[in-house]
Each structure stands twice: as C-alpha cells, then as structure tokens.
Design a protein around this ligand. Structure first.
Ligand code: GDP
Ligand code: MG
Length: 556
C-alpha cells in the first residue's frame, strides 16, 4: 500500500465525551463493521470495559476509505480518557501522526481534554478539534469553539461539529483525517523496523504484538529479532486489525498491525521493543518512558497453593498493561505475594478485576498507599503544606482552571468523588507528579496482644494519627471473632499507645447446636470449623481472618 495514502491517528478526549462512539461510526462508515443499532463502543472489548462503560485499553482498527477516487488506509486508535490510563494515550500517540481531539458540546473543555491535548501537542501531532454531541438540547458549540481558541490557540474555523451518536458530519471527520493529517514518514525501501506499541498474551498462540512498521516490510516466514533480548523468531502470522485480526501476507512501512512469532514468554515482545529482520540490525527506537506509579498495594493469593498460578497471571496481564510496577513481597499474615504500583485507584481496581475475569485468579489486595521518602533530619520540622495554589486560568466566563500542589495521599482515595459531589458533577480533575515535599508524617503500628502486625503499619500525618488509629482499632474489633482469651488491639506511635479496643474472651463451641447422637453431623461441623481455620492467620496467639486485613485497611 503506498505510504502517502496511509493515515495513522488516535482519538483522544476527556472521559465520556464520545471517543468510542465516534470510533463506532468510523468503523461503520468504512464498512469495517455492519451498520446496526447494536454497535455500541465495539472497540471496548474487555469485560471490565463493558461492565464499567469505560475504555481502559487503547484499541487499534485499520479502515479502508475511498476519497476522491483514491483508496486510503486509515489506522485508528481509540484511547481511554481517564487520567489513570493516560499511559495508554501516550503510547498510542507514538504510533500516530495526528489526533482527533473530541470535546463535548455541552461540557466543554475538561481536565483530561487539557492533559491529552498537551500529550499530542508535545509529540507535534496534527490536532483536529471535533465538537461532539451537537444533538444535545444544551449543546453550545459556539462557546466550546471559543474555549478551544482561547486555551489551545487553535482557530475556531478548524473545529468540526458532529453528533457521533447520530452520525451527523462524521464524513467531514474522515475527510479532515485524509486532508489534514500527514502520511507517516516511512519507506518500504528501508530495512524492516517496527515498534511494539502494545502486546497481549494469548493462551494458545503466545505473545500477540501490535506493531507500527516504521520502515521496510515483513512477511510470513521471515526471521525477526527483538532488539530488547536479541532473540530471533520466525513470523507465524501477521495482519491488520479491522478491528478483529485479519491475516495478510505482508506488512509494509507505515502500516499498523499485529504479529505472532512464537514468543511464548511474557518477557519477549515487551511494549516499547523494536523488531528487525535477522542479520539486518537497525538502531532501536526510543521506546517508552516507564510509567510512574502513584499508588501502591500488596497483592496476595487467597491461598499459598495458588501462588504460582497467580504469578503467571500477573506476568501475563502486565504484558498487556506495562504501566503496572511489580515487586515481590511477603507478609507474615498473608504469605508470599507482590507489591504492585498503579497510576491511580481506578487503575488498581481495573487491574484486579481483569485478573479475576481474564485469568480467573482470586486475590487479596491490601489498602493502597502512596510513596514517601523518609529523611532522617530536622527538616521534618518544616510545616506541612496541604494544598498550595499555583495558578488559575479562566477558560471562559463560566469555567476556571486551577492548579494546586497537593500531598498525593490527600487526593488518591476520595478527593475525586468529593470534588464531583461538591461541584454537582461540574468540576473535573487531573494530576501529575510534582515530586516529594517535606511533611510532618509519622509511622503508626497496630498491635494485637502486644505484637505489631506488619501489614497494618501505616504512615499518617501527625494531625490524623489519633483518629486513624482509633478507626482502625474499631474496625479490627468488628472483624476478629472472639477467642478463648482476651485480645487487646492497640494503635501505637513508637512506644506510645494512642488507641485501644478489647475483644472479650469467648469459647465457640460448634457442637452446641447438636443435640446428642448424630455423629456424622458432628464430624461435618468439626470439619467446617477446621476449614474456617485455614482462612485464619495467626499473629502471636491471635487468629485473624484474612478478610479482616482487607476490611481494616479499606478506608471509608
Ligand atoms: P468515551 O469515554 O469518550 O469513549 O465516550 P463514549 O463513546 O463511551 O460515550 C459516552 C456517552 O456519551 C455514551 O453514553 C454515548 O452514548 C454518549 N454519546 C456519545 N456521542 C454522543 C452524541 O453525539 N450525542 C449524544 N447525545 N450522546 C453521545
Ligand atoms: Mg471510550
């Protein structure tokens, strides 16, 4: 396919502004999928995406489009809008020359509109502003165009007003893609060179890599090498994503597609890797900046016998989501497991859900924490700053964009929900890492009958220590069953106890309900009790149900 008739673009926007719906219409209009009422966010293929109604994975689709007597190959990438998945957006952008920046005609510019605009702008891509949902009663495209002009410095004449839902003006979007976005700079004469921009593990076929071909050509049977490991593989299958896999004989410079080459290990074909032909080495492409984890949590198998299975599930899922940081960890109470780093709380929830749904794994997740750096000097005496205003820009007379410096701990858990409810859903929010700041933090231990419980140790702000300690003791009291002796639950800072709860002694006699005789029933009850004990962990002499760790750690 001639390179000058290829266009690679992605759709970016704030969450819910209509990216996936526009993708549906583009797929229909180019005949990639049939036109039916039922096509709703067809690129959101994962169960977690369908259930939550959000995109969490970028998806690629190759479309053929006839324009002024010429046939064009359009490679579209639909991206997630939520801040936790912006890593998907930045990777998608590296395979593209242009973006469709969608803005809701009613809501106007929102936090992730700005964040995603800058990702595209910094990568020097062509930006096509598209105002969506003009069919809405409250649509005000006029006002949104003014915002786009003011905030992004893009002339209002460049905006395309559409309704992705009804299909209005979607043809104009396709024309703009062809007319405004430049073709990729790539030559089929160069040696083969491709960027792995996404990858997933197929239970039967091993690694399926999504690649953008930057030069040359590759065909079935070719011997290719991954720059990262230097290992050679034979290409078993390759093709276009339309959006389902559509095998072809070859892939050429400028094209985006998939490749399967007998890679059976998740360490092969990592996202960001460069592929080239055997004995024709090329300089590796720059790859991707590693994602910076913002939220950390422990993950453990329900039962240690499931450790190996869970390990391979985590490895395979992180191949598809390389923004997760993985470290081995172990805990007295929960056994061997991992400490995982995520880009946010939603990211953590989605990862967990995908493990369960796509890999049938059940896990125990500990409460999320944010990273701190400890400096052992008097600098901690510096007064903690909660939120410091950095700047403020009026987007128009009704909307203002404000920047604040926050301790991450203050925003990861419930800040977003609070902001949404305080502003009746009008405010939106985005964050990036601003580095470490000194704060008055202390380490708080939780003790059971005098023994510290390692996984419940937390870092808290000095002013919050008392209330947090008290709440944790109360929740623990509710989740630990009475035992044959008294249990003291304490929160302590160093040797100083700041909160205490007591569980009174009690003897649970499971046989009390059996009135004499029935021996099989007695055996059953005893067996049940023994099984119940397996779900318990011993801290000193105290038996703690595994769920207790989670319910205590879950902050309200
Ligand atoms: P995304 O998060 O940007 O991918 O947004 P979706 O495509 O999932 O759409 C979010 C919601 O907006 C869905 O309920 C869509 O049906 C709705 N929507 C998308 N485009 C339009 C439109 O042009 N008009 C109206 N009225 N609703 C739309
Ligand atoms: Mg979407």
């Amino acid at each position: 396919f001639p390179v000058d008739r290829i266009r690679n673009f992605c759709i970016i926007a704030h969450i819910d502004h209509g990216k996936s719906t526009l993708a549906d219409r583009l797929l229909e209009m180019t005949g990639a999928i049939a036109k039916t009422e039922k096509n709703k966010q067809v690129l959101d293929k994962l169960q977690v995406e369908r259930e939550r109604g959000i995109t969490v994975k970028a998806q690629t689709a190759s479309l053929f489009y006839n324009h002024e007597g010429q046939r064009y190959l359009l490679n579209l990438i639909d991206t997630p809008g939520h801040v936790d998945f912006s890593y998907e957006v930045s990777r998608s952008i590296s395979a593209c020359q242009g973006v469709l920046l969608i803005v809701d005609a009613n809501q106007g510019i929102q936090a992730q509109t700005v964040a995603n605009f800058y990702l595209a702008f910094e990568a020097q891509l062509t930006i096509i502003p598209v105002i969506n949902k003009i069919d809405l009663k409250n649509a005000d495209p006029e006002r949104v165009e003014s915002q786009i002009e003011k905030v992004f410095d893009i002339p209002r004449e460049e905006c395309i007003r559409i309704s992705a839902k009804l299909g209005t003006n979607v043809d104009k979007v396709l024309q703009a893609v062809v007319n405004r976005i430049p073709p990729p700079i790539a030559s089929t004469e160069d040696p083969f060179k491709a960027l792995v921009f996404d990858s997933n593990f197929d239970h039967y076929r091993g690694v399926v890599a999504n690649i953008a071909v930057f030069g040359g050509r590759v065909k079935k049977g070719d011997k290719i090498v991954s720059a990262h490991l230097g290992k050679a593989y034979e290409v078993n299958e390759l093709g276009l994503l339309r959006p389902d896999e559509h095998p072809t004989q070859k892939l050429f410079a400028g094209q985006v597609g998939y490749i399967i080459a007998g890679m059976k290990d998740v360490k092969e074909a990592q996202i960001g890797d460069t592929l080239y032909l055997h004995e024709q080495p090329v300089e590796a492409l720059p790859g991707f900046k590693p994602a910076k984890a913002m939220v950390f949590a422990g993950m453990y198998p329900m039962d240690q016998s499931e450790y190996t299975g869970l390990r391979s599930a985590i490895e395979r899922l992180t191949l598809n989501d390389s923004s997760v940081a993985v470290q081995r960890d172990s805990s007295l109470a929960l056994g061997a497991g991992w400490r995982l780093g995520f880009l946010g709380l939603l990211h953590m929830e989605v990862f967990n859900q995908r493990l369960e749904q796509e890999y049938n794994a059940s896990v125990i997740v500990t409460a999320p924490t944010v990273p701190y750096k400890a400096v052992l000097s008097s600098a901690k005496l510096i007064k903690n700053r909660r939120a410091v205003q950095k700047n403020m820009v009026y987007i128009d007379d009704q909307r203002v964009m404000m920047k604040y410096l926050f301790p991450l701990n203050e925003i990861v858990v419930d800040f977003y929900d609070l902001l949404k409810s305080l502003s009746s859903g009008y405010a939106s929010f985005d964050y990036e890492n601003a580095g470490y700041q000194a704060a008055d933090l202390i380490k708080m231990d939780i003790l059971l009958n005098g023994r510290p419980v390692e996984e419940l140790t937390t870092v808290v702000h000095r002013e919050r220590a008392y209330s947090t300690g008290k709440a944790m003791c109360e929740r623990l009291k509710d989740s630990i069953p009475r035992q044959m002796f008294e249990i003291a639950i304490q929160a302590a800072i160093g040797s100083k106890v700041i909160a205490r709860e007591t569980i009174k002694a009690y003897r649970k006699n499971v046989l009390a309900k059996c009135y004499g005789g029935d021996i099989t029933r007695k055996m059953k009850l005893l067996k049940k009790q023994a099984e119940g004990k397996k779900k318990m962990r011993r801290i000193g002499n105290v038996e703690v149900p595994k769920d207790a760790f989670i319910s205590v750690l879950k902050r309200k």
